[in-house]
Design a protein around this ligand. Sequence first.
Ligand code: ADP
Length: 392
Amino acid sequence: MSKSHIFEDHLASKLDVIPADDTKVDAISTQDYFSWVAQSMTDSLVVFGSDGRIAAVNNATLEMLGYTEDELIGQVPDILFEGAASQRNGLETLHERGIIERSDKVFRTKDGRAIPVLYSGSLLYDDQGQVKGVVCVAHDTTKQKQLEQQLRLALQKDHELLQLKSQLIATISHEFRTPLSIIMMNCELLRRDCNISGSENAEMRYTTIKKQIKHMVNMVEDTLRIEKLQEGHIPVKPVPVDLQRMCNELVKIAQNRTQREFSVKTEGTAVETLLDEGLTQQFVTNLISNAIKYSETDSKIEIVIAYNTDCVTLSVRDHGIGIPKADQLHIFEPFQRAANAETISGTGLGLAIVKQAVELHHGTISVESEQGKGSVFTVKLPINPDKHTCMT
Ligand code: ADP
C-alpha cells in the first residue's frame, strides 16, 4: 500500500471522517488530493487522533525523524519531542484555544539527535463540532538556528573588537600626549638656551619641529574625539543656541588668525535652535577651518544660515581647490583625504567629527564641490532635536 493511502486510511479511520453516500466520490477525491499534498510537503505533518495518539504522519516526518510509519502510528506525542515533558508546554492550551501558534520546539530523532522546529497546530472538528484530533505542522529550523548562532557570534566578536579598538586608541592616544608635550617643552627650552634667534636656519628647523608636533597633537586629539563621539561617550546637552551669533563669534576668532574676508547671512526668521553648544562650536569651527585651509587667502568665505519651519540649514562656501568627484563619496569617513590635498597638512578626521556631531543632533551633512572651483558644505539640523526629522 502506498504511503499516501496509508495516510488517507489512517486519517479516515482515526478521525471517523465518513462521507455521506452521495458525496463519497467527491469526498474521496478531495481526501486523495489532500493526502497527496500532505505527502508532498517538505514540512513535517503529524495528525493526532481523539485518543491523543499519533494517527497519521507524512513522508517529511519519517525522513526528519528516521522512524518508519509503523513505529510512529499509535504512539503518544512524547516520542516526537526532545525532553518531552518540557516540550509539551503550550500544547495544553490547544484544547482551550483550538490552535497552537508557531512556537519553537525541539524534535528528537530515532537515533537521538535534536532538531529545532517551528511548530504549529490546530484542532480537527467533525461536522457536529466535536474535536476529532489535532493536526500539527513542524518546520525544520536547523539551518536558520545555525545562521542565527553564527550571526550572534559574529556580532559578539565585532563588539569585542570594537571595544579592543577603543581601548587601544584611548591608551595609545594618552601615551602619545605626554611625550609630545615633553618634546615640545624641551624644544622650546633648547631654542631659548641655545639662543638660536640669530640663525635663520635653526629658526626654520625649530618651526618645522613645532609644526610637526602640533600636527601629531591634533591627530591624537581628533582621534580621541572621534572615538568618544562614535562610542557615545560625549553626552549631547541641547540648550537654546543663537546660531547666527555663534557663527559671527567663530568668524571673528578666525579673522583674528587669518586676514580672510567672510560674510555671514541669515535667511528666514531667526529662532533659537536646541543644540549642544560645545559640539556645535566644534563642527562649525571645523567647517570654517577647512574653508580657510583649502582656499586662497584672497578668496571670500560665505556662511549662510537659513531658517525653515522645523529646521535650520548652515552652509559654508569657499572658492578653493574643491574636492575631486571620486573622493566626495567617502570624504566624511575617518582618515579620508582627497587626492588634491596631499600637499596641505591635515589628519582626515575633521569632517568625520563634523558628521558625528551633526548626526548626534539628528541632522545631516552634505557637500557640493567642483575641483578648482570650490566647495559648499551644508548642515541641516532640526530646530528641536527631539522632533528628530526635518520636513522642510
Ligand atoms: P583634514 O582637513 O584634516 O585633512 P577633514 O576630515 O577636515 O581632514 O577633511 C577631509 C578631506 O576633505 C581633506 O583632507 C580635504 O581633502 C577635503 N576637504 C575638506 N574640506 C574641504 C574644503 N573646504 N575644500 C576642499 N577640500 C576639502
